[in-house]
Design a protein around this ligand. Sequence first.
Ligand code: ADE
Length: 224
Amino acid sequence: MRIDILTIFPEMCTGPLGLSIIGRAQETGLVTIAVHDLRQWSSDRHRRVDDEPYGGGQGMVMRCEPIFAAVEAMRTENSRVVLMTPQGRRMDQTLVQFFTGITHLIILCGHYEGIDHRVVEGLVTDEVSIGDYVLTNGAIAANIFTDAVVRLLPGVLGDERSAAEESFCEGLIEAPCYTRPPDFRGMKVPAVLVSGHHEKIAAWKQAESLRRTAANRPDLLPEQ
Ligand code: ADE
C-alpha cells in the first residue's frame, strides 16, 4: 500500500508515523508513506493556500487550485482520495478494514474553517471523520486513520492473532489483561488466569468482555 498525505503541517505526520510499529512497517517496505507540504503546489507568491469565504462568515477557506494540482499529480486509477473532516462518515473498525484493501490512498488534511467544496465534489472519494468532535487540524486525524489502517496490513503486527482477537473485532470490548506481579498493593490477578485451565480462562474472558461492554459501551451489545 502507498499512502500520500497532503497537509500544510508535514511535521505533524512525519514524526508520529515514523515511530514504533508504523515506522517499522515503512522500514520493512510493508507500506510507503509520503507526507507532502501542500504549499508546494501553491502558485501564490507567498505560498498561500487559503482565502476568505464567499458570502462572508468566519475563518479562512482552503483554496481548490493547490489541492487539485497536488492530487492530479499523484493520483492513479487505483487511488482513493480521503478527506479528513468532522463532517465525514464516522470511522469505525469496519470502515478501517475496508481501506486495507486499497492500494493507494491520498489523504487530504483540512485546516482553517473549511475546504472549498469543489474539492469534495471534484476530487474526494471518501470523507472520513475520526469522531464527533472538532480538531484544530486534519493532520492529527490523518495520523489516526493511517495508524488504524496500516496496523491491519499483513505482516505489520508481529502476531497476526493480536489484530484478530482485539477490541471490536467481535463487536465487544476485550477482557482485561494482567502481567507480573501477581499481587500489587493487595490487588490480585484473577486466580483463573494463573490456573492454566484454558477452557475456564476462555469462559472468563468471554464473561468479562460482556461485562465490560455492558458497562462502557452498551450500544455495542446486540439488541435483546
Ligand atoms: N478535522 C477536524 N476535526 C476532525 C475530525 N473529527 N475528524 C477528521 N478530521 C477532522
